[in-house]
Design a protein around this ligand. Sequence first.
Ligand SMILES: [Zn+2]
Length: 429
Amino acid sequence: MHDELKAHPDYFSKEIIQLADNVYMAFGFAASNVYMIVGDDSLVIIDTTETTQAASNILAEFRKISDLPVKSIILTHSHRDHVSGASVFAEDNAPQVITSAMGSEDPLIEETPHPRATRAMQARTKRQFGIGLSYPDEIIGIGVGPGDRPLQGMGAGMMEPTRLIAEDRTSLTLAGIDLELVMAPGETPDHMVVWYPEKKVLFSGDNFYRSFPNLYAIRGTSYRDFDTWADTMDLLIGFNPEVLGPGHTKPLFGAEVIRSTLGDYRDAIRHVVTETRNGMDAGLTIEQLAHSVKLPPDLAEKPHLREYYGSVAYAVRAYFVGTMGWFDGNPTSLGALSPADEAARMIRLAGGAEAVWREIESARGAGDFQWALQLLDRLIHADEDAARARAAKAAVLRDHAVSQINCPTRHYYIQSARELEQQLDDAGQ
Ligand SMILES: [Zn+2]
């Protein structure tokens, strides 16, 4: 396992963190954070986690601080790891549930007018988050949250919103507390941040967390507008917050720390956009850019820009596809051979399957796991020794996972290895 990830179980250990005299954060109990604001006669809850079990554990902690009923629940955005424990906090108090009017971009949450490949999305989601992987051997954390969190009641506590916010800025008084809800598109187009001006606390949702931003999620997402997300960082800085409560990872304290951290985030996104756009203008292809665009070292080393969750290479590809579509600009790509045809020809050119196996073994010995995977895929595509190649691919994926700093990538490798092992078991091989 990557050395930096070994520190994550400690970093994500459970804690109730006080952000202001009446503002508390439940940290480390779930993939995402939950906030409680204690008002005059009731509580305001911001975000609700991905499972009813985690929500129950958090409510029990909050109940040590206040007995007041929850009368308002604000959801910063529609991702399932923020909306799925609402009914637990509601108890029997019928709170108002306030969300952005924009609705979800995720077909697994909201029905789309036309069918989407939801089975593929479900399978990929399971791989990205390492759902069901064993802790701590296979999963140590999700990059922006703990690995040993409860999974019971996943998605079970969603509630219908009672109030939809459509305006850019909405002032409202909840439990005697003046709050502002401000549209802040970023990780999702429906993002809404919560500003508590009296205490100078900003709840940013997932527009900031301690990792390079997840500008593309490998579970399968449509284009997340990079420029808009960077613009939103300026919007957040403009509040001049003294406390920042993110949707994942620990809070930030101090106006100067927050300003510089959010500024780094904005600069990192803008850098990826500029470098990718300039490369596209210079005629470089998507894969050339995925390998050449890097963050400047001073940004890459910042703890809030390490690639625990988002990945620069995935972001570069997403910007290319999101703004230009799938065609990389190289005429060769327009009529590419089928994977099976290309693989059969390459194997023949290499001198046959046994020669390819020798190269695979030598790559594995040298720790060159990516090359081994690309060769194994050719054997699988050409249906040459495919069962043996699938078994070897599972083993190589597990080896390749060890050095990954990006948790979605790490989990995708391990979960895919498990699936291959299961298929081979089922086939009795
Ligand atoms: Zn989230």
